[in-house]
Structures are given as C-alpha cells and as structure tokens.
Design a protein around this ligand. Structure first.
Ligand code: ADP
Ligand code: MG
Length: 706
C-alpha cells in the first residue's frame, strides 16, 4: 500500500466519520478527494451563536437566530383533525414570541419547563400575525455554559445528496471538528515565510484552518479569513511575476536606442495639438521600456477620447527610427480602418509608408501589402487580426500594438511575437475599457500598466441628470430647446434577448410618442435596432450622421463606433436595466463636440437598491475608472469582460472588489520576493517554492498563460 506523503493527501474516505460510501459522495458531489480538499472547502457563512438577538429585532428572513428569554407558558393544543401540537410563549426584554412543536408533543411537555430562562435557536416566521419559531432548539440557560461553548457554527456548501447522507453542515461540523483536533502544526506546513507572517501579523496556516472552520470570536474569524485571502492572492501574484521574470530571461527585444528623424519631425513640427501631461507621462514610460533589451509588455488604459492613438503613433515612430517596423491591430474592420485613417492623416506627407491589412484586402492589393511587409518597405501596418495570420511575414517587426485588448485572447497576444525570429517585438496593449486596478493586478499582473487619466483640454464635462417618468414633459421641452439650437439627440432603449419582443415594443411605443412631439416634416427621427437589416440600419445611421434627422431612437447597437460630434444629448430610457459599464459607454457617445452635452437617465419610481447605486454613480462621476470600480463592487468580477479566462479569478474567499488592502500587501511582497530571489533559491523561500510547484501541478493551464 502506498502511504500518503502527508496527512493532507490522505484520501477522504480514511477520515474518521467518513468511510467509503460517504467518501464517494464527497468526491462525486463536491470534488472533495483528500483531507486537503475537505479543509479547503470553507464555510460560506457562520451562524453566530455568540450573540443573543432581541425578539423585536429578528426578522423573518429565514436566518437562524439565537435568543434568550423566559418560557412563560406551554400548552398542548388539539387541532381540527385530532392531532396535537405544543405552543409556548417566550418573553425577553423586548417582547414576546411563539414557540411551536408539531411533533413530539408529549416529550416536549415532559422536558421543557415554564418559568425557566432558555436559550432558543431556530428560524423565525410569521404565524397568525405573530413571530413564531417552529421546532426551536432549547437549552436551559443555567446549563448552557457547561454543555456547549458559544461559537460561530460554520455553514458549508452542500447538495441534496450530501444532505441525504448526513453530510449537511451539522454532519460536516462533526467530521471537521474531529479531524482538526487530530491535526498538529507540522501537518499543515507553513506556506508563507515567517518574516512575512510576522511583519503583517498574519496567523499561521495551522491557526487559519482551525479558525476558519471554528472561530470562537470575530477576531479569529477575521484573522483566518485574512490569512487565506492573502495567500490566495499572493500565489497568483508570485506565479504571474515568475512568468514575467521567465519571459524577461527567455526573450530579447531590440532596444530602440535612438530618437531619430521620424520621431523628431513629428513631435516638433507636426503635432496637431499640445499633448496632455498624462500623454507625456505615458510616452516617457513607453520610451524608457523601448530603450531596453527587455521586451516591453505594457497595458495602456485610457478612457474613450483620452488620446491613445497619438501615443501609439509616437511609439511606432521610435521603432521606425531604429530600423524596425511596427504594427497596430484592432479587433474590428471599422476600428482598424479608423486607425488607418487617423494615422495617415497625422503623418501627412512624411516619408513613412503605412499599409492596411484585413480579411477584406484581397488579390493584387493584398500581395502588394504582404510584399511590402516582407521586404521592409512598409513601415507601419494597421489592420485586424489578419496581421497575425501564419502567412504574414515582417522583415523586422519591432513593436506590436493591440487596441481594445479585452477582445483578444491571451494566445493571440502571444502570437504577436512569432513574427520575427531574431528578437520578439515589444508589445503595447491599449484598452478603453477601464479596468479596476485590482482586476488589472490580477489579470495583467505580469504587464506594466500605464494610465492616461486626463482628457484633452477644452472638453466640457457631460452633465448627467436623473429624472423620473413624471418629468417627461420637461424632458420633451428640453429636447425641443436643444434641437432648436441645432443639436441632435440619442434616445436609447434597453434590449435583452429574453424579453426582446417586449423591449422592441417599448422602443416602438417610444418612437411613436416622439413622433407626436416632433412631427415630420419639420423634424426627423431615425430608428435603429439589432433586428433590422444591416442595409436599413446603415441608411438610418447615415441619415443621423449627416444631420438629416434630429433624433436617433436606438437600442444599444450605437454603443460602438458611432461618432456624431453634433449629438449633445443622450437620453437613456429604463436606465435601471443597464449595467454601469454600458451606461458609461453610452454616455461616451456625446460630449464629442464643442457644445455642452447632457446625459439624461430616465427611470421609473421603482428601482432596486443596486440600480439606485448605479444611477448615483453615473450622476456623480464621468471617470471611467471610478465607474469600473463601482461596477466591480456592485457586481463582482464574474461578469466583467475578459475575466472568464484562465482560472485566475478562482478565489475562494478573496473578493477583488473589496479586499484592496490585502491585495496591495500581497502584491508588494510578491514583487519584492521575486525581484530579490527570482529562482526562489533562498532557504527562507523554500516554502514558497514548494507551494508554487504544488499549485503548478494543480493548475496545469497556468503554464500556458502569456
Ligand atoms: P482614444 O483614446 O479614444 O483612442 P483618440 O486617440 O481617438 O482617443 O483621441 C480622441 C480625439 O482627441 C481625437 O480627435 C484626437 O485627435 C484628440 N486628441 C488627442 N489628444 C489630444 C490633445 N492632447 N489635445 C487635443 N486633442 C487631442
Ligand atoms: Mg481609440
């Protein structure tokens, strides 16, 4: 027989109180195979048995509560169908509550005594207009201290089958209590160096396991929780930083040592505007990266309109001055085309050859571009992912820039590098979707991050106003005023697939209502939604873009790609149904011209608490990062774009929306350790090395990321 190396690896069925049948249930139902798995399946909440609630305070929200009071009376009552139940009345300082037993009436009568003070425990419900607790656990206060210690009872994730096998929370508590009592400190080897746990006052791994399951007070619960959260994030960071270190060791990029004629000509003579300080700062960061042999891997975040394109162009000019080619890749044909146009316009008659490549570039044109890339006569290639196809070869690609990174997978990012065999190109990833700092740390912990946190001057802050349905006449009046000034207006309706018919009807009704207030031929209204034929959609859009119509009624199809500087009002209907990032994107459609712009959030009176917070956030700020942070806090990371990949966000306890302090601490320590001891050779870091190896084994896919 193979003896397990450590108790933690012991198969679940050998744990006292489990056995083969229950072991099988653990494996099948919760994928718990070993002692380690069992210990790391944490309670998702606790029942606080350290506190006594007052009757007046307990709700009927089906939570288990503990109360203390005198049992005033107890009576046996006969029901219509000749059965008995027992009803008691409990009194505490705040009021009265019924206790009821539908079964075991005679036993209750025998064991429970009126006039005594009891601790009762159970769920409260309303019965005949009175608070009532069916089948409470009863305990004489005078005896309680001796029989049980008041603790937090852990509640575990379970399933019907688990419950049927007695492996509900109650059963699990017994098993875990017994298991934990047999474990000794060496059974749970430390995974963090002592100098870290000492400095940050982190409890030991042994303590964390005891306390996460059976804390005897708030402090133990917090200590255990914090330690486990810290460890979860610390190891994600160590792993990302080690892979970054490895990449630095394995790959070399060309250092762009000189700032030459292309850059200088553009920077000194052709900048169409003064750069913002944020742009300058980011350009300095990029320049310092590009000057080195180490490959740049930088994420550039900046809200829509913050001016990322010119930054990208300046970086590309640095490549060209050093004899290298550069490419700029966008996720869609339209965006790529826009980039191509901006860049050729910005460069004007400078002696730089820019080529466009996408799936739609075919035949002679395509071979010409491919030829130019290969012989190096094309300096800058702008395009879609067609640029990274196998048959596209560059002569000397020194810099790859990717716009809107979240739509590119990690694999695609990596494949940017295979285009050049001598050196790998430097990589700059640009995104307009603000990613909260904590999320960026997790997903892009191996990238350097630059942020353009300032918009070009002269833009007027968009005024955002929340209005209820009752203010509609006022809204119509306002729309008339703006149109009279020559402005155009978007009116956006939500549309989700599940209620598509209803949503479209809403939009249709809204459109017809607007027609009454803005009748043709004096006024024009465009309608655009996802169910229309592409050609009709384009036509309607075009009518709005060219100013033939004053109002565009639309679903969220206008989120991307539309640029109408004359449109200065965004009316959002049923605002409460939109997510924060969507609202932010929509608002970004206005405020593009010189006029004061407005975003009007229409809602019903009935809004959920979360909806209210979303609206408050939108009214409070136009800062994309602040909005993204709020979004993360309100929704959790699960729904945020691009986060489904790679198990990086697979935290059991850590909440990346709220545990910022822990994440900062863990990341800083991980940085220090991996910088000072990149191979984890030091004696004090052996515990980390061991743990990294274990985790790598567990998450085989980790190796593939970046
Ligand atoms: P994004 O970050 O969304 O890609 P762009 O690069 O497209 O933003 O820039 C948005 C607009 O702002 C463009 O019209 C651009 O010419 C202009 N712009 C960029 N930087 C500045 C600046 N420093 N001063 C004035 N206008 C700027
Ligand atoms: Mg852009």
């Amino acid at each position: 027989m193979n003896l397990p190396v450590s108790i933690l690896d012991t198969p679940i069925e050998y744990v006292k109180g489990i056995g083969p049948a229950k072991g099988e249930t653990f494996r099948k139902e919760l994928s718990i195979h070993t002692v380690q798995d069992l210990l790391y399946c944490f309670p998702f909440r606790y029942i606080d048995r350290t506190k006594f609630h007052l009757i007046k305070d307990v709700g009927t929200d089906s939570d288990l509560v503990q109360l203390k009071g005198i049992l005033l009376s107890l009576e046996k009552i006969k029901t219509k169908n000749n059965r008995f139940y027992v009803k008691g009345v409990l009194k505490d300082a705040s009021g009265f509550m019924e206790l009821v037993w539908f079964q075991g009436a005679s036993w209750i009568e025998k064991t429970v005594r009126t006039g005594e003070e009891y601790i009762v425990f159970g769920r409260v419900s309303m019965f005949n207009g009175m608070k009532s607790m069916p089948h409470p656990e009863m305990e004489l206060l005078s005896e309680a201290a001796v029989t049980v210690s008041r603790t937090f009872d852990p509640v575990y994730p379970s399933t019907e089958k688990m419950d049927a096998k007695g492996l509900d929370s109650r059963g699990r508590r017994k098993i875990l209590k017994q298991l934990l009592s047999t474990l000794r400190t060496p059974d749970l080897p430390e995974t963090l160096p002592a100098y870290v746990t000492d400095k940050l006052k982190i409890c030991s791994r042994f303590e964390s396991m005891q306390w996460i399951h059976f804390p005897s007070n708030e402090e133990e619960k917090t200590l255990a929780t914090n330690r486990i959260k810290f460890e979860e994030f610390f190891y994600v960071q160590v792993r990302l930083l080690l892979s970054k270190a490895y990449r630095r060791f394995k790959y070399r990029s060309a250092p762009f040592e000189i700032i030459g004629p292309a850059f200088n000509e553009f920077y000194h003579h052709r900048l169409p505007f003064a750069l913002t300080n944020a742009q300058k700062k980011v350009i300095r960061e990029i320049r310092s990266d590009l000057g080195r042999h180490i490959q740049m891997n930088r994420l550039l975040q900046g809200d829509v309109g913050s001016g990322k394109t010119i930054v990208a162009l300046l970086a590309m000019l640095m490549a060209i001055d050093n004899g290298y080619q550069a490419c700029l890749m966008a996720p869609t044909e339209i965006l790529a085309q826009q980039h191509y146009e901006s860049i050729t316009t910005l460069l004007g008659n400078m002696d730089i050859r820019v080529a466009f490549l996408s799936g739609s570039v075919k035949g002679r044109k395509r071979s010409e571009v491919l030829e130019g890339l290969k012989d190096g006569s094309v300096h800058i290639a702008v395009g879609t992912h067609a640029l990274i196809e196998e048959n596209v070869a560059f002569r000397k690609l020194g810099l790859s820039i990717v716009d809107e990174q979240h739509r590119f997978g990690v694999a695609q990012r990596a494949s940017l590098w295979k285009k050049n065999d001598e050196f790998v190109p430097h990589v700059l990833v640009m995104t307009a979707t603000p990613i909260p700092r904590t999320l960026a740390m997790t997903l892009y912990g191996d990238l350097e991050v630059s942020v353009i946190d300032e918009l070009p001057p002269g833009r007027k802050e968009i005024k955002t106003i929340h209005k209820y349905e009752t203010a509609r006449p006022e809204l119509i009046q306002f729309m008339h005023t703006e149109i009279a000034k020559g402005r155009q207006i978007y009116v956006v309706y939500p549309l989700i697939e599940e209620s598509e018919k209803l949503d479209l009807k809403n939009l249709q009704d809204g459109y017809e209502r607007l027609l009454q207030y803005f009748p043709p031929p004096q006024y024009g209204i465009s309608v655009v939604h996802g169910r229309m034929k592409a050609a009709d959609k384009d036509l309607e859009m075009q009518r709005f873009i060219t100013g033939k119509t004053h109002i565009m009624v639309a679903t969220t199809v206008i989120e991307v790609g539309v640029n109408v500087p004359n449109a200065s009002v965004m009316v959002i209907e049923n605002t409460e149904r939109f997510g924060l990032s969507q609202l932010h994107q929509l608002r970004g459609r206005v405020g593009r011209g010189a006029d004061q712009s407005y975003c009007i959030l229409m809602t019903d009176f009935k809004i959920s608490k979360e909806g209210r917070e979303r609206i408050a956030t939108m009214v409070r700020t136009t800062n994309g990062f602040e909005i993204a942070e709020a979004d993360l806090r309100l929704r959790g990371p699960g729904d945020i774009q691009g986060t489904q990949q790679s198990g990086l966000l697979d935290f059991k306890l850590l909440n990346i929306g709220t545990d910022t302090a822990i994440m900062d601490a863990a990341r800083n320590i991980a940085i220090r350790i991996t910088e000072n001891d990149p191979n984890l050779d030091k004696e004090i870091h052996q515990c980390i090395k061991t743990q990294v190896a274990k985790l790598r084994h567990k998450h085989k896919d980790w190796g593939r990321v970046s």
